[in-house]
Ligand binder design. Structure first.
Ligand SMILES: Nc1nc2c(ncn2[C@@H]2O[C@H](COP(=O)(O)OP(=O)(O)OP(=O)(O)O)[C@@H](O)[C@H]2O)c(=O)[nH]1
Ligand SMILES: [Mg+2]
Ligand SMILES: [Zn+2]
Length: 331
């Protein structure tokens, strides 16, 4: 550990006053209550915030950091007598685990038990099919359904709206549900939320698309940090720095997460790219060769569909770009 980090580390320990030198929590086991069920709403190093059945927050220490829980994990914990702290006992097996790339080619888990990704898009960051397709490939590789939410609809005039709707029609045709909302003003948010009921979803999308603004609109009493794009336009800065889970109702939960900027760092295997373009993947079973990559192989059903217009030009072009250039560009 570098000197500076060591100092910071020490400072954090002092401030919080809860971790001993060997990073083990000082837990007075005599005062621990019975086991309770909860859900992890946030994580800070060796601690997690767990919401209990009433959605009150208990800061819990990880006793043995064998496997680390993440936001969305269903957890069993024990509360310390009369305190809003406790210890995590265990967490349940996950139905899904979403991961994201770190700036240094690593991959870290972000959220567990997510059953829907709401991918937010916004006009002023320059809506691009290429970026969207990359997001979709990454999302599809997690096998979690994706919905597209075009936010900041209020910033567009009628002509611009028509253009965006036409461009997104390609994705509607492929099968992605699309919503056009204004999180800031609440336009169409109720319609979106009605369809989200019963799900545990992650809000994803570039920094500045308005993920936290949507949370803020849905939870007006909570303090949620948001910032103008001009304020946070420096590379690597994000207004939201840690994922956090919010409860909408008994079976609807939303996770706000920091926007991903470094999408190029997401390592994608060829088969991720192939499966990530769902309409291409579906057609691939009609190709003459089982290992067809739909580049220039004879008897390729995908290229035939692209030629006849059944696959959108931008999609096949982006697919080709990713499948042919990905390795050279990003590894
Ligand atoms: N006009 C308009 N502005 C919006 C809307 N939604 C969000 N914004 C603005 O967009 C900026 C960025 O919003 P945030 O909610 O902080 O974006 P974020 O996606 O949470 O960004 P990170 O936390 O950095 O990933 C803020 O200035 C918001 O006020 C909208 O519907 N319309
Ligand atoms: Mg945010
Ligand atoms: Zn093919």
């Amino acid at each position: 550990m570098g000197k500076k980090r060591k100092q910071q580390h020490k400072k954090r320990q002092n401030v919080e006053g809860v971790l001993s030198q060997d990073n083990q929590p000082k837990v007075d086991t005599d005062t621990l209550g019975p086991e309770e069920q909860g859900i992890v709403i946030s994580r800070f190093g060796q601690q997690v915030d767990i919401a209990d059945q009433n959605f009150n927050t208990i800061r819990c220490f990880l006793r043995r950091a064998k496997e680390v829980p993440v936001v969305g994990d269903k957890a069993t914990f024990q509360r310390q007598d009369k305190l809003d702290t406790g210890v995590l006992v265990k967490f349940e097996e996950r139905t899904s685990l979403l991961k994201r790339p770190t700036p240094h080619h690593g991959i870290k888990p972000v959220a567990a038990n997510i059953d829907l990704i709401a991918l937010l898009l916004a006009p002023e960051l320059g809506f691009s099919e290429m970026l969207l397709d990359r997001y979709l490939v990454a999302a599809e590789s997690s096998n979690i359904p994706v919905w597209l939410v075009f936010n900041k609809w209020d910033l567009l005039d009628d002509e611009q709206k028509t253009v965006i709707q036409q461009r997104l029609k390609t994705y509607q045709d492929v099968g992605y549900p699309i919503y056009f909302i204004s999180a800031k003003h609440g336009d169409q948010v109720d319609e979106l939320v009605k369809d989200l009921r019963g799900k545990q979803l992650l809000l994803a999308g570039q920094s500045g698309v308005g993920k936290s603004t949507l949370i803020k609109y849905l939870f007006p009493d909570l303090e949620v940090a948001t910032a103008d794009i001009s304020e946070n336009s420096g590379l690597g800065t994000h207004t939201t720095t840690a994922s956090r889970l919010y409860k909408l109702d008994d079976d609807t939960y939303l996770v706000d997460s920091p926007g991903v900027r470094e999408f190029g760092l997401w390592h994608l295997e060829d088969h991720d790219i192939q499966q990530g373009f769902v309409e291409i993947y579906k057609l691939a079973e009609n190709c003459k060769f089982r290992d067809c990559k739909h580049i220039k192989e004879p008897g390729c059903a995908v290229l035939a569909a692209a030629k006849s217009g059944d696959i959108a030009e931008s999609r096949i072009n982006n697919y080709h770009h990713l499948i042919q250039n990905y390795d050279q560009q990003f590894n």
